[in-house]
Each structure stands twice: as structure tokens, then as C-alpha cells.
Design a protein around this ligand. Structure first.
Ligand code: 5GP
Length: 114
């Protein structure tokens, strides 16, 4: 039984515009993009949030970032610049409790983030 929205996407129970998949990781376009490129990179295995990850997840967490970098090149935003974001918990605005890396790019971004 899929336990959260992104587990359901991994299980194929909810459709998604997939851009990358391997045995550990899935990446798909955000349904409500905040930039011309807005992709979510998730582990297939359920981890609710970054604070729940352990040393056993070290390789998997590294892979999420490497896939983000690969996709930035594929999407043509590697040279113009891009941002990766991991929201964790209430103050960050995390909505979906399945760890995900946001890859955002294709427009100029402000700092500090809102
Ligand atoms: P969070 O706020 O948890 O860091 O980000 C969750 C993200 O998931 C949001 O940017 C939201 O637009 C996206 N999202 C929520 N539901 C769906 C969905 O059903 N499909 C896709 N592709 N993205 C979703």
C-alpha cells in the first residue's frame, strides 16, 4: 500500500510527467511549477523528511543531488544557474512528507528565499 502522494506516484497509482528514473530515484515535473524548470527528485523508498534520514541513506541522498545536476544540464539551465531546495518541516512549508529535492531554474531568483 502506497503511504503518501509520492509513494503513489512511484507505484504508478497517480500519473506524473517523469523525466528520469532508475532503480533508486524518480524525477518528475512539479504540478504547480514555480519557475520555467521545476522538477522534483525523490527516492523511491519512503523517507518522510531530511531529518529522518540516517547514515544508511548517505549514498541515496548524494544520488538525489547528482540526478538534480544531471537534469539541470539536460534542461539547459546548468550554465544560467539553478537552485536546489529541500523543505523540511512546518516552518519550511513542506507539504508532502516524502523527501524530495526541488530543482528550479530558467529565471532569476531572489535571495533570501521567502
Ligand atoms: P513541498 O512544499 O513539500 O516541499 O513541495 C511539494 C511539491 O509537490 C509542491 O511544489 C507541489 O506543487 C508538488 N506537488 C503536489 N502534489 C503533486 C502531484 O500530484 N504531482 C506533482 N507532479 N507535483 C505535486
Amino acid at each position: 500500500m502506497a503511504e503518501d502522494l509520492f509513494c503513489k506516484i512511484v507505484a504508478g497509482e497517480i500519473p506524473a510527467d517523469k523525466v528520469y528514473e532508475d532503480e533508486d530515484v524518480l524525477a518528475f515535473r512539479d504540478i504547480k511549477p514555480q519557475a520555467p524548470v521545476h522538477i522534483l527528485i525523490i527516492p523511491k523508498r519512503h523517507i518522510a523528511m531530511l531529518a529522518d534520514a540516517t547514515e544508511e541513506d548517505e549514498r541515496l541522498l548524494g544520488k538525489l543531488l547528482l540526478v538534480a545536476s544531471k537534469l539541470a544540464k539536460q534542461e539547459g539551465i546548468a550554465d544560467s544557474g539553478f537552485r536546489v531546495v529541500v523543505n523540511n518541516g512546518p516552518d519550511s512549508g513542506q507539504d508532502v512528507f516524502h523527501i524530495h529535492v526541488h530543482l528550479l531554474g530558467g529565471r532569476k531568483m531572489g535571495w533570501p528565499p521567502g
